[in-house]
Write a protein that binds this ligand. Structure first.
Ligand SMILES: Cc1cc2nc3c(=O)[nH]c(=O)nc-3n(C[C@H](O)[C@H](O)[C@H](O)COP(=O)(O)O)c2cc1C
Length: 190
């Protein structure tokens, strides 16, 4: 093993954070890792917006809550608000993508290339946070909240919001242990 593989295998989703700010050099390194990810097309179809302001995070939480209420009006509060933890993270990186403009592909292929590129940036940021001793989780919010999030974040077409990388100092005791392998995810066609 090496340090890179150790980081990949150690990474786990962290959903509880202390109130301590993410030091600026660490946040810069996480963003740099996100921007260094592979992408499809001639230029990266990915944008990152950093949200640290507590009032903006509160507005995002309120938008998520309203989206959840519209979607799951019949569910009790303790069952439906599980994703609101994201707004407690001291730093949120909103991830945006757009369809690539390579040309010659149909719209859904161009959208897929944009989404895959965003996924690469997300994983790079999660790994960077892990390597710096921070906790992070990717949060794909309630679809009903997407339009409200885009308004709050100032996102306009062709850009689309896909989710947040929530980052902070972990307030969780340990990472949940990963299964030794995930053999059912891999097939060899030798
Ligand atoms: C596309 C995507 C969407 C996700 N959305 C959420 C989410 O909305 N809320 C959440 O708590 N975790 C979310 N996660 C994190 C997954 O729950 C987590 O990665 C998975 O359970 C595996 O656990 P691990 O990250 O600790 O290995 C998401 C992950 C991905 C890749």
């Amino acid at each position: 093993m090496n340090q890179t593989l150790d980081t990949i295998l150690q990474r786990c989703s962290v959903r509880r954070f202390t109130k301590e700010q993410v030091p600026q050099p660490n946040l810069d390194a996480i963003l740099r890792a996100g921007c260094a990810a592979p992408y499809g097309g001639f230029e990266p179809p990915v944008r990152l917006i950093v949200v640290r302001n507590a009032t903006v995070r509160e507005r995002l939480a309120q938008a998520e809550k309203e989206g959840v209420d519209r979607q799951w009006s019949h569910k009790p509060d303790e069952e439906k608000y599980w994703n609101l933890f994201f707004a407690q993270a001291p730093a949120l990186v909103a991830v945006l993508f757009r369809p690539t403009s390579v040309g010659g592909f149909d719209a859904s292929s161009e959208e897929r290339i944009g989404l895959c590129s965003a996924a690469c940036a997300v994983e790079n940021m999660l790994l960077a946070a892990t390597s710096l001793g921070l906790g992070a989780c990717f949060v794909g919010p309630m679809p009903e909240a997407k339009a409200a999030f885009e308004t709050i974040l100032g996102v306009a077409p062709p850009w689309e919001f896909i989710g947040f990388v929530a980052v902070g100092h972990s307030a969780e005791p340990t990472c949940e242990k990963k299964p030794a392998d995930r053999k059912n995810m891999v097939q060899f066609l030798d």
